[in-house]
Structure formats: C-alpha cells, structure tokens
Ligand binder design. Structure first.
Ligand code: SAM
Length: 291
C-alpha cells in the first residue's frame, strides 16, 4: 500500500531512510523528492553536501547533521522529534543510508523505541556495480571497505579465499593497486575481477577481466574517482593454493618467452612482491634461460 501523507496527526512520526543519487542527480525517485519535501526535518551526513541536492530540486526542508561522530547524541534529539509526531528523513552523502554510511545506530534506536521506519529505495553503489559487472549475481557477499592496514587486509582476504559467492568491496582510489596486489597474493592472478569506477558519472568506467588484468590496467595512470571492486567466486578448480612465484614465472615464460629479468619484473608486479625475492626464486629455474 502506498503512503500518501508523511505526517499523521497525534501519532509518532516516521523515520524515512531515503536513498539519494550516487553521482547523477537524475537518479532521484519521485517518492524520495516528495518525502524530502514533506517531512519536518532531514538528517544528513553532511549538510553542505546535501544542500546542493536540495537546491537542485527546490527542497526547503530544514537540514540537521547526523554523521558517524554524532549519531548517538543526535539520535536522541531525532528520537524526541519523532516521539512528538514529527517525521524525519535520513539521507547520506550518496546512495542508501546505513550501507557503509551512518544510519544503522539511529535505525536500531528507533526500532527499539517502537518508531515506524520506512525505506525509500533508490541507488546504492553495491547493487549498481553488481548489476552491470557480468559476474554471478544470484549470490554475493558485500564486504564494505577492507582494512586500510596491509596485515589486517591480508588477514581478512585470507578468510575470503575460497568464497563461492561474488565478492563486492568499496575501495578508495589510492588503495586500489595495493588491494589488487593483496587479492592476487591470496586468490591468484586469474580470478575474475571487475572495477566499477565513477558509476553514473561523466567518467564512468567498468573494467572487466582478471585480477592481474585489473592491476595491469590501473597501474598505468593515477587512479581517480569512486570505486567498487568485485571479485568472481572461487571455482572448485581454483580451490587450490594461490599461484606460487615459480608457477607464475613458468606460466609467463610459456606465454611470452620474455628474458628472465623482464619475467621477474612482471611477476613481482602481479604478485606484489619485491623484485629481489622473485629474482632469487627465478635462479632455481634454469628453463628460463639467461638474462
Ligand atoms: N551509502 C552508499 C551506497 O549506498 O552505495 C555508499 C557510501 S560509502 C561511504 C562510499 C563508497 O561507495 C565509495 O568510496 C565507493 O567505494 C562507493 N561508491 C559510491 N558512489 C560510487 C560511484 N558513483 N561509483 C563507484 N563507487 C561508488
């Protein structure tokens, strides 16, 4: 049943979780616009950012900030407004609130307090990227952002090595190459990978290939923009340890017949290992020939 009016006299207000565009302002639903215009208050992750959306669509509803640092305290104020019968919309900077964005704690608090919570669906980068990826979509696992520190990242990736669902990560542009190298170290070079960059924006790009191909593609210039990284499921045949340095050297030797030093360089890049380490191992493979 469609809700026609946002405020109901006498009753508690409703918390609306409103999705907003992830780049292209046209991706705003009619329902989201109506709700944002009709509620008493809009709680936004960054009010300056949301003012641009508001001015584009002529929305004049009062804005208040609700971000990860004030979500608990601000939640109590919003709850008081809801209890007084005022409806509140929660928005994040982009996409769906609560998805790698603030919102979860406020939502739980409202559910605890018996406040009605209504979703106003719309864009989210995870589903947008998955839908266009070409990777299996029947089952997927959203991993959000990986840890920024290498050791923690590697440890988390190790738990996902033989995951049989498509994996979806949010990634910062300056960490993409490091993450691809870590993924190669854990999952091997040939696992299918998709990098969806700047979705719905002017410079939208969807790279589809393997982990090694993605590393190669994005190594040539500084990576910019917003990124969703997807990794195809581990197939049964892939459920063997990641490719060793020697295997990688021999594979490239067969494929390219490059001289040893260039093979070493390519393998070091693919596996994210120091060149000296790869060179040492290459010396145990006489079939690679001389330098
Ligand atoms: N709540 C948002 C959602 O529903 O998708 C996600 C917010 S999270 C803080 C921001 C991350 O989402 C970015 O760092 C990027 O990984 C991903 N993202 C957001 N917009 C994107 C876009 N237009 N193209 C690719 N990735 C995007």
């Amino acid at each position: 049943m469609m809700r026609e009016s946002v405020d109901t006299a006498g009753a508690a207000g409703v918390l609306y979780l409103v999705s907003t565009p992830i780049g292209n302002l046209e991706d705003m639903t009619l329902r989201a616009l109506r709700v944002l215009k009709e509620v008493a208050l809009v709680a936004a992750e960054d009010t300056r950012h949301s003012r641009k959306l508001f001015s584009h669509y002529g929305i004049s509803t009062p804005l208040t900030s609700c971000h990860q640092h004030n979500e608990v305290g601000k939640g109590e104020q919003l709850l008081a407004a809801l209890r007084e019968g005022r409806s509140v919309a929660l928005i994040s900077d982009a996409g769906t609130p609560g998805i790698a964005d603030p919102g979860y704690r406020l939502l739980c608090r409202c559910l605890e307090a018996g406040i009605e919570v209504v979703p106003i669906p719309g864009p989210s980068a995870v589903v947008t990227a998955l839908s266009v990826s070409g990777l299996p979509t029947e089952r997927f696992a959203f991993e959000g952002f990986l840890p920024a520190k290498k050791q923690a990242r590697l440890a988390q990736l190790a738990t996902l090595q033989s995951e049989s669902r498509t994996l979806v990560f949010y990634e910062a542009p300056h960490r993409l190459l490091a993450t691809l190298k870590d993924l190669i170290a854990v999952c091997g070079t040939t696992r299918p990978a998709v990098v969806a960059r700047e979705l719905t924006k002017l410079h939208e790009e969807v790279f589809r290939g393997t982990l090694a191909g993605a590393l190669d593609h994005f190594s040539s210039a500084r990576v910019r923009g917003e990124i969703v990284l997807l990794v195809g499921p581990a197939l049964e045949v892939e459920e063997k340890p990641a490719e060793t340095v020697k295997d990688a050297l021999l594979r490239l030797h067969r494929e390219t017949a490059l001289p040893r030093r260039q093979l070493v360089k390519r393998v070091a890049k693919e596996l994210g290992l120091p060149g000296a380490e790869v060179y040492r191992e290459s010396l145990e493979l006489p079939e690679l020939g001389k330098d």
